[in-house]
Design a protein around this ligand. Sequence first.
Ligand SMILES: Nc1ncnc2c1ncn2[C@@H]1O[C@H](COP(=O)(O)OP(=O)(O)O)[C@@H](O)[C@H]1O
Ligand SMILES: [Mg+2]
Length: 263
Amino acid sequence: MGKVIAIANQKGGVGKTTTAVNVAASMAATKRKVLLIDLDPQGNATMGSGIDKYEAPATCYELLIEEQPVKDVIIKETSGKYDLIAGNGDVTAAEIKLMEVFAREVRLRNALEPVRDYYDFIFIDCPPSLNQLTVNALAAADSVLVPMQCEYYALEGLTALMDTIQKLASVVNPDLKIEGVLRTMYDPRNRLANDVSEQLKRHFGEQVYRTVIPRNVRLAEAPSFGAPAMYYDKSSTGAKAYLALAGEILRRKDKQTITSKAS
Ligand SMILES: Nc1ncnc2c1ncn2[C@@H]1O[C@H](COP(=O)(O)OP(=O)(O)O)[C@@H](O)[C@H]1O
Ligand SMILES: [Mg+2]
């Protein structure tokens, strides 16, 4: 059965979109069937998949608000060899209109039902806030992957984020699991990054991925070529790190539910 993973952190610029695009491509390269959902109105994951967000025939708006069948809004030809549901400015309107519709928290979950078993993995790139779109992602997901930068206050922010996710989950999705905490943009020469990383491991233990994503300029450049890093520079440390992360996700099992963690 397929697995739905929401990539979430209410902070912007922590590597959510970079992770979404590159882990989706890496997973697709292992011959898994993968769908990436761009739930961020900025549409960066869409552009990073080689799809012009202004030209996308349909987006998450049509899926969530107009209730177009999921199969009609999926784009098949992406540079990362995964399928995509695009995001662009229209998704901002979806966020607002969601407030008015029936069963607004479970729109995405219901919409994905027909394709949930077709895909091995569905990744959702969340916007940088805990708005109705992110609530939809967390309601639809089996688990949440949290990318974070090892900076000062990161641990505090992460604990607060986990609390919020847990509260949300207890209302909309009590079975939600923590897929893992991912250290992104990591610079091993940075003393503070190492300290924060150690604290993170003490606090979150096995939930922290062994794979670390290094700061790597190729990861930052690849989106301007409309491609995941592995198709832009496959020998880059960034591309290799995301391939390793895909391997780690495939090997890991037995997740704790986020709601049971509190008790
Ligand atoms: N490992 C990395 N090394 C270098 N630059 C990165 C890395 N991860 C992300 N970036 C860059 O940092 C910025 C923010 O990353 P992004 O994935 O868009 O974060 P988010 O989606 O959380 O806002 C982007 O310009 C991206 O290209
Ligand atoms: Mg983003």
